[in-house]
Design a protein around this ligand. Sequence first.
Ligand SMILES: [Zn+2]
Length: 294
Amino acid sequence: MSKLKEEYDLFQEEKQRWLSKPMARKYFLNQEERYMHPFRIFGNVWYVGDSWVCVHLIDTGDGLLLLDGGNSGATAMLVNAIWEAGFKPADVKWMVISHGHLDHIGSAMFFKRMFGTKLYLGEPDARDFREHPELSLIQDAGLLYDDVFDVDYEIKDGDLIRFGNTEIQFYLVPGHTHGVISAFFDVSDGNQTLRAGYFGGFGFNTMQKDFLLDIGDTSFETRKIYLDSLAKVRDQKVELFLGNHCVNNRTLEKASMVKNGCKDNPFINNTEWREYLDQKRDEMLRMLADPAQN
Ligand SMILES: [Zn+2]
């Protein structure tokens, strides 16, 4: 057998091994079943994500900004959604990544290579990419993700950054990962201006007992840090709560209301942000009191 053929067979063997991993099947195949038709949420903010992981597009008047990069394996769908919304993927100047997990960085390197898109990520997650790439969980994406990457800008707590006509106030809200970001910015539609709020990572999967013990957090400090993060941004004024995953702000339900031509915009709500953060706080308090998790 030629060396070339031997290498090819080995590659196929490795590929099958990865693709047969349960995680890879569960989260990262059948992406086409998650496609959502893009729609305008309010003003210059569009939804271009799938039915599980949110991606928002902001038309800043001086290029497009993507808030998150979508799931591993979902890049073709994201590109299609941007086209379908009436924009050009090549105009994506900036990608602000909520946190450094495989289901939010799927298209990051594609956009950077194809269009020179500048990648933004919380500073602690950028550091984890260098020092603890395993925390990105890209190993769970099998062959659908290649590797972690260097970002163009590492977001610091309190950064105020202008992108075209949109100025975004950032705060770090660690817990779900070390470098989760939150973002707050004004969105205008006609003469109405609303404050949008985004919390870039609520999931408890990385705060389970076994996970924390495995990464060396034996006193479960991470859970207290998460509670502090919720409290830190709870009282921000938010009239337009953008989800990180669809479950956060019931994106799917609201999308179908928009599609059915409802009179009031279901995304406009000045209590939902606080209520959801309080709900996550209460869930975390229950976790802290759960003997099985301690
Ligand atoms: Zn995550």
